[in-house]
Design a binder for this molecule. Sequence first.
Ligand SMILES: Cc1ncc(COP(=O)(O)O)c(C=O)c1O
Length: 382
Amino acid sequence: MIYLDNAATTWPKPESVSKAMKDCLQNYGANPGRGGHQLSRMAAQTVEETRRLLAQLFHVQDPKNMIFCQNGTHAMNLALKGWLRKGDHVITTGWEHHAVARPLEAMKKDMGIQVEYIPSGTEGPVDLKRLESAVQSHTRLIVSTHASNINGVLIPIEKIGEIAKKKGVPLLVDAAQTAGMVPIDVESMGISMLAFPGHKGLLGPQGTGGLYVAPDLPLQPLIYGGTGSRSEDFQQPEERPGAFESGTLNTPGIAGLGAGIQFVLEKGINEIHRYESLLTQYLVDGLKRLEKVRVFNSEYPSVSVVSFTVDGVEPLEVAMILDEHYEIAVRAGYHCAALAHQTMGTDQHGTVRVSPGYFNTKEDLDQLFEALDEIVKAFSGL
Ligand SMILES: Cc1ncc(COP(=O)(O)O)c(C=O)c1O
């Protein structure tokens, strides 16, 4: 099978990831921070080591501000629901995934928050002048994806960060398509909160993710309960990270995530980005050479996500044939981002999405091109 669906979750994972998970399950599968025994302490050490690695990766000074979550969506919900209040005004972009758009739309309905979506500009994927002038006195948050999961376009977060700083509004970034693949420095990019999955570019297992929260941002927890600390007290403790991590953590997953991040740090993010960009360019060039294939790559810098359609064939059918006849895994449809499809003008049928990862090769893409060529010929009777 050729796996080209890394934007959904990366696969395969480095061998060290499964090893770390197995080691945790077999040798110290106790509850971290619950009970003072050796095994619990070992589990807690693993959790804290992964937290430290995450802090190192995103240039976070104090790892306590890094909170473990189940996935990117969980992290985003914690950020939005823990920060926004009735009547707040929120500015966001036309590129958002449902992980952002759906909670915002629900909060609009339930709490009367106001949401303003900023469209593309003539000079970039987001009209920055319009974004800046959209800031009002009751604007409580700017939230933006770092890269689209439809065409990979990179949003200029540094520039949005500058506007956010100037206007004194916190910036929340959805790094689902960039964490582990593009350098991120929360300090220099002006990011107040960073939501990310652990199972994509960080090469960890599914069921992992996290949220960075700036030290001075008074976020409320999403989930209340036991934290392993202050057990005599009925009130939720305020200390980070425990305040936001009620209930037993996914220790085996976090062990695997730690190994994934180690791999990323050893290879180097710049090297990963360089290799994936090379594959993406090869992919775009190859797709563009095919007859009856329309490519929706971005005209601006992007990550390794490319969408296309085949004239006269539904995206879902193309993906099904690639899967069943050619053993090539891609994703088709709307990719949980109806808003981004509206922005791109692909909201009628969606697209086929190809997302190569660090373990793919040009040969994998050659096989995709051959398969698509045959599909096009079969459907057009050539
Ligand atoms: C841009 C974007 N945001 C958020 C998410 C949600 O991440 P998760 O699947 O880890 O909840 C995804 C996942 O595809 C995504 O592409």
